[in-house]
Write a protein that binds this ligand. Structure first.
Ligand SMILES: NC(=O)c1ccc[n+]([C@@H]2O[C@H](COP(=O)([O-])OP(=O)(O)OC[C@H]3O[C@@H](n4cnc5c(N)ncnc54)[C@H](O)[C@@H]3O)[C@@H](O)[C@H]2O)c1
Length: 336
C-alpha cells in the first residue's frame, strides 16, 4: 500500500504518519506539504529517514503536481488545511484557497485515477452546542460560525457531492480538539504549557466557560487508519475523546499536572464568534470499526507536558520569532 498524505508536516498529519509506520511498517508514505507557517520539517524529524517515506514540497492547489502524485499512490489522506480560527477572521483568502479549492483538486485527481480518498475534517462545521444539547453526531446539521469552519464545511460537502456524482471512494472524519506533542504554540494547550515552562501566566479568552472535548492526536491518527482500511465508502465518522471540559478547568488541570499555582491564570477579552461548546458522540466508529480513545485526558496531558519539557529546541525558536511575537501581542497581549 502506498498513500499520499497531504499536510503531513502539520500537527495531526505527522502523528498520522507515525501511526502508519508503527502499525503498517510495510506501507509507503508520500507527504505533500506546502510548509506554511504551521507546517515544519521539524515535525517529521523522527520520520524523515524512514526508508518508505518521501517528502514533496508543494501545494494541494497545484493541479499538475496533485495529479502526478495521486496517479502514483493507492489512496490519499488529506490533512492539508489552514486551521486557525483567529487567522481566518483576519484574512480568509488562504482558507478559501486551500480548504476549498485545494480539496477540490484532490477530489478531481482521485476521481480521475480511481483512488481512495479520506478527508480529515472538524466538529467545528456543526457550530456550537448549548449546555443541554445532545453531542454532535453523524447526522447533526452543518452550522459553521467562522470562516475556518465555513471552508471546512464546504470541503465536506464537496467530498459528499463527488461520492454521489462521480463515484469517489471517499470518507470523511469529523474530530474534536486535538492535543499532543508537536502542537503549534498558537493553540491553547501548547501556549499554556510553554508559558508555564517559561514562568509566564496562561491567558484565557473570555470567562473560560467554553467547553471543549479533547482527543490525543495519536488516537485521532489511529481512527483515521481504521476508517481508511475498513470504513464504509460515502460515510462520515465522528471521533472524540469523551472528555468534555471547560477551558478554565483545562488550564487548572495543566497547572496541576505541571505543579504550578492557580494564580498563573489570567482572564482576557473573548474573540468574536467563539463557539460555547463542542462535544462528540462517537458510537458509530466504536461499533463499526472498534476504535476508541486509548488514553484519558490527564494521561495524555502528562505525556504532552513531558514532551514540551524535553523538546524546547522545537518550540522556543517559534515563540521567539518576530512573526509569532507580533501575532501573540495582537491576539493575546502581554509577554510572549
Ligand atoms: N487541530 C485540531 O484540533 C483539529 C481538530 C479536528 C480536525 N482538524 C483538521 O485536521 C487537519 C490537520 O490539522 P492540524 O491541526 O494538523 O493543522 P496544522 O495547521 O498543524 O497543519 C496543516 C498542515 O497543512 C499544510 N498546508 C497548508 N496549506 C497547504 C497547501 N495548500 N498544500 C499543502 N499543504 C498545506 C501546512 O503546511 C501544515 O503542515 C485539518 O484539516 C483540520 O481542519 C484539526
Amino acid at each position: 500500500m502506498k498513500i499520499l498524505v497531504t499536510g503531513g508536516c502539520g500537527f495531526i498529519g505527522s502523528h498520522f504518519i507515525r501511526a502508519v509506520f508503527k502499525q503498517r511498517p510495510d506501507w509507503e508514505v508520500v507527504n505533500l506539504d506546502a510548509l506554511t507557517y504551521a507546517g515544519s520539517l521539524a515535525n517529521t524529524i523522527d520520520i524523515q529517514t524512514h526508508p518508505r517515506y518521501r517528502f514533496v514540497y508543494g501545494s494541494i492547489i497545484d493541479k499538475n503536481l496533485v495529479d502526478t502524485l495521486v496517479a502514483e499512490v493507492d489512496a490519499v489522506v488529506n490533512f492539508a488545511a489552514e486551521t486557525h480560527v483567529d487567522r481566518s477572521l483576519m484574512d480568509n483568502e488562504p482558507f478559501i484557497m486551500t480548504n476549498i479549492l485545494g480539496v477540490q483538486r484532490l477530489i478531481d485527481a482521485c476521481v480521475k485515477h480511481g483512488k481512495r480518498f479520506h478527508h480529515v475534517s472538524t466538529d467545528e462545521v456543526f457550530g456550537s452546542l448549548g449546555p443541554q444539547d445532545e453531542r454532535f453526531h453523524e447526522e447533526t446539521p452543518y452550522a459553521p460560525k467562522n470562516p475556518y469552519s465555513a471552508t471546512k464545511a464546504a470541503s465536506d460537502h464537496l467530498v459528499r457531492a463527488a461520492v454521489h456524482s462521480h463515484a469517489l471512494r471517499g470518507t470523511i472524519s469529523n474530530c474534536t480538539n486535538n492535543y499532543g506533542s508537536f502542537l503549534y504554540p498558537e493553540k491553547f494547550l501548547a501556549i499554556a504549557i510553554t508559558n508555564i515552562i517559561e514562568g509566564k501566566p496562561i491567558s484565557i479568552q473570555g470567562d473560560g466557560k467554553q467547553i471543549r472535548d479533547w482527543i490525543h492526536a495519536a488516537d485521532h491518527g489511529a481512527g483515521i487508519l481504521a476508517i481508511l482500511e475498513r470504513g464504509q465508502i460515502g460515510h462520515t465518522y465522528m471521533m472524540g475523546g469523551d472528555c468534555e471540559m471547560n477551558i478554565a478547568d483545562t488550564a487548572r488541570l495543566v497547572l496541576k499536572v505541571m505543579g504550578a499555582k492557580d494564580d498563573m491564570l489570567q482572564f482576557g477579552k473573548d474573540r468574536p464568534g467563539q463557539d460555547r461548546r463542542y462535544a462528540i458522540q462517537f458510537g458509530k466508529i466504536e461499533n463499526e470499526l472498534g476504535w476508541t480513545p486509548s488514553r484519558t485526558f490527564e494521561e495524555g496531558l502528562e505525556e504532552m507536558v513531558q514532551w514540551y519539557r524535553e523538546n524546547e529546541y522545537w518550540w522556543k525558536p517559534i515563540k521567539q520569532s518576530s512573526g509569532y511575537r507580533k501575532w501573540y501581542e495582537a491576539q493575546i497581549g502581554g509577554l510572549v
